[in-house]
Design a protein around this ligand. Structure first.
Ligand SMILES: [Zn+2]
Ligand SMILES: [Zn+2]
Ligand SMILES: [Zn+2]
Length: 226
């Protein structure tokens, strides 16, 4: 099979048109675009990457514009629709929890420190930036999320004692199952290997309650694995 030597298409950060492959220009398609862009940058505009999943086209963002960068109307509309759906879900979650389900940057970082930046269920080393988020395009098993040990949908409270770091794979695979239900399911997308390990050894962070059969966080300090 012939080796693929084609360089990825580059797009002008100003007009979003493809830059011809033979061009030596990296950021802009023409000297005209480069010139206009220089003027905009001097007035506070900045080059960002389109936020739509899988799109890596550059965008000239307006001064003070944050987050909703899109390379074209179609991607902008998709971002807006997704943001609106997320807001509806968030409102429903807030209503269920009785408090806004949010974390400050300090809280996100404090939760990450509980496990020294690993998923509390599968031990995956999470990618966590200084702002406490993983960033666009992070693979699910590296993506840092905060999980409620007892899910809000099952009566759990939105408070620090109920938070652990989890990767997107575990959080998404678990959904609203209680921990013992998740473990019993056995066929979920991802198994909480650390919980299984602790239950088998009888020591560690996670333990089964002899009476109810439910799984609890028995030893917070043991969340940091050695
Ligand atoms: Zn251009
Ligand atoms: Zn785009
Ligand atoms: Zn995990």
């Amino acid at each position: 099979m012939a080796k693929n030597t084609a360089t990825p298409t580059r797009y002008c950060a100003l007009c979003a048109q493809a830059i011809p492959p033979e061009s030596r220009r990296r950021r802009y398609c023409s000297s005209r675009c480069a010139q206009i862009a220089r003027r905009l940058v001097s007035r506070g505009f900045h080059v960002e990457v389109c936020r739509w999943r899988g799109c890596d086209r550059p965008v000239m963002a307006e001064p003070g514009q944050r987050h909703s960068y899109a390379c074209c109307d179609s991607h902008y509309d998709k971002l807006r629709a997704e943001a609106e759906r997320a807001a509806v879900n968030r409102d429903a979650r807030d209503a269920r929890a009785g408090v806004p389900v949010r974390w400050t940057r300090a809280e996100r970082r404090a939760v990450a420190r509980l496990t020294n930046g690993h998923c509390a269920y599968c031990n995956s080393k999470l990618r966590i930036r200084r702002d406490g988020f993983s960033g666009k395009g992070t693979p699910a098993e590296l993506r840092f999320e905060i999980d409620h040990i007892v899910p809000l949908a099952r009566g759990g409270r939105h408070e620090a004692s109920n938070w652990v770091p989890a990767c997107r794979s575990c959080n998404g695979g678990r959904r609203d199952a209680l921990l013992h239900e998740w473990v019993a399911k056995g066929d979920s997308v991802r198994q909480p290997t650390l919980i299984l390990q602790d239950l088998a050894s009888g020591t560690g962070a996670w333990a089964r309650d002899g009476q109810t059969g439910e799984i609890q966080l028995a030893d917070r300090a043991a969340l940091v694995r050695t």
